[in-house]
Design a protein around this ligand. Sequence first.
Ligand code: B12
Length: 223
Amino acid sequence: MKTDLSHAVQRFQETFLSFEIDSIKTQAQKLLDAGITIQGFLSACMPCMEEIGRKFEAGEYYLPQLVVAGEMFKTASREIRSVLTEENSGRPLDQIVLGTPAGDIHDLGKDIFAVLAEASGFKIHNLGVDVKPETFVKKLKETGASVLGLSSLLTTTFESICNIVDLLSEEGLRKQTFVIIGGGVTEKSLIEKLFVDAQTRDAYEGINLIRNYIRTGKKEPVV
Ligand code: B12
């Protein structure tokens, strides 16, 4: 069984890295048949995305390859989402306002996080991509959510995160809002630099950090 899974992962990654978009759905189904978990799926995809990103940075790949990579990830994750089994415990849902800040249109990681957080019992208000600070604040006020999740894939848009945090302070919402950032270009050092409360590049860790905040009410940064 294990051999089946590692063979399926290998085939999936080969298909991904050679941009065989027409075969990606079949290969994702084979991962499912071999018993892959969501976490296993992410571990299979991330090295491919990173490799394609590295080649793009090095000038070996161009925008079309990034676009195809995004489409393949979307197709494969649609198949894999069906394995989600975590159950909501039935308690009132804690709410998370989520989005990609202004200037950035990447949404694959954000949407994966949204699916996993929803499956873990959170109510997600997903505002999409290229979201203005005012829109985040409006939604936080409207819903009374105490968690703001921001997904960031472009270093050039860190300023947008600062603008959101500033607006939260101006509107008197900063203290009662747990601001967590995620996404491929983020790192722990940004917690201090951008005045946020937590950072992760791992959706599951993000859910644990949020759960911890909701349980304890403490915003201790895990550095
Ligand atoms: C696919 C892709 C695209 C696709 C995006 C499709 C889509 N619908 O999102 C398209 C083609 C649109 C694209 C466009 C661009 N891209 Co692009 N893209 C990528 C690529 C290859 C993969 C990103 C991805 O989806 N990864 C997979 C997901 C699942 O990973 P993730 O986002 O990290 O999410 C995980 C965690 O971080 C976490 N998470 C994510 N969000 C959140 C939020 C919260 C709250 C929490 C708790 C957790 C969490 O959960 C996920 C699962 O664990 C990366 C390379 C890379 N290494 O990341 C470049 C990359 C991000 N892109 C890059 C660039 C430069 C661009 C462009 C500017 C290119 C251009 N010249 O036009 C444009 C940007 C346009 C814009 N204004 O936004 C650079 C950014 C460099 C930088 N340092 O800023 C990268 C790093 C490539 C590179 N190495 O140069 N891109």
